[in-house]
Design a protein around this ligand. Structure first.
Ligand code: DGL
Length: 271
């Protein structure tokens, strides 16, 4: 079956890679909206409009399930997307706050995300519903998205580590039990963050496993209830970028490493 993935860029590629490692083997359309990146510094209205236009493209391609592999787009558009495309399943991405709160430590939880997500009503509602306002601190770091997207990311590790070190500096890390990666770009630097906080026993968590479980369940439910539909699709990742570039292809191949090249296809942009 056809599964759509959508993000402003490389973050969703990492989400996809983690879910492939969990067993995803379908015909995948990945829409990277690099023309409009970064989303985190746009207005919520702009992000919502862009998200609807992009999910429409995946629906037009015949995707039966779409994963909005972007916290920022989920934050402002998931409700509208589910209303508008009620004929398909839409899976969103939200900071794994519940998971951290469930662990009941008496320490604090730091959520790092984009400006739109940090100020969005959705995250504040989630925190209120968990009665966790006192425990949780929010930090917007849009520049980290830029660093992760950089063509020379692999050679810029010193600069990336320094940036992470500097933004964590104002925090007394002894007081924290978890850092939650509330932007899908940040799992790409999860190990960098983990290394920097390793002496404090802080758990760094992202939502990719949760999204993966949700998606794999939805796929098996779909197949059980649609046994009459013959599924002839084979495992392939078809990547569409709204602003194609060699840099994006290089970074995508780095993130999808070890996957056979014949499974990855970079398509022309579609309007
Ligand atoms: N990957 C996206 C997220 O999860 C946003 C990155 C951007 O600012 O474009 O929030």
């Amino acid at each position: 079956m056809k599964i759509g993935f959508y993000d402003s860029g490389l973050g969703g590629i990492k989400t996809l890679k983690d879910i492939i490692d969990m067993g995803l083997k379908e015909e995948i359309y990945f829409l990277a909206d690099e023309k409009n990146k970064p989303y985190g510094t746009k207005t919520p209205e702009e992000v919502k409009k862009i998200a609807i236009a992009n999910v429409q493209k995946l629906v037009d391609l015949g995707c039966e399930i779409v994963v909005v592999a972007c916290n920022t787009a989920t934050s402002v558009a998931i409700k509208d997307l589910r209303e508008k495309y009620s004929q398909i399943k839409i899976i969103g991405t939200e900071p794994a706050v519940k998971l951290a709160v469930k662990e009941h430590t008496n320490k604090k939880i730091l959520v790092i995300a984009t400006t739109v997500t940090v100020h969005g009503e959705k995250l504040h509602k989630l925190i209120n519903s968990l009665d966790a306002e006192e425990k949780i601190e929010l930090l917007a770091t849009d520049n980290l998205v830029k660093l992760v997207e950089d063509e020379n990311f692999a050679n810029n590790q010193k600069e990336v580590n320094k940036y992470i070190f500097d933004f964590l500096k104002p925090y007394n890390l002894k007081e924290y039990s978890h850092i939650i990666l509330g932007c899908t770009h940040f799992p790409i630097v999860k190990e960098n963050i983990q290394e920097i906080v390793k002496d404090y026993g802080i758990k760094v968590i992202d939502g990719n496993e949760g999204i993966g479980k949700n998606l794999l369940n939805k796929i098996s439910e779909y197949k059980k209830t649609n046994v009459e539909i013959k599924d002839e699709s084979k495992f392939q990742i078809k990547i569409i970028n709204t602003a194609p570039s060699k840099a994006f292809e290089k970074r995508t191949n780095e993130i999808l490493q070890k996957l056979p090249k014949e499974n990855i296809l970079f398509l022309e942009n579609i309007s």
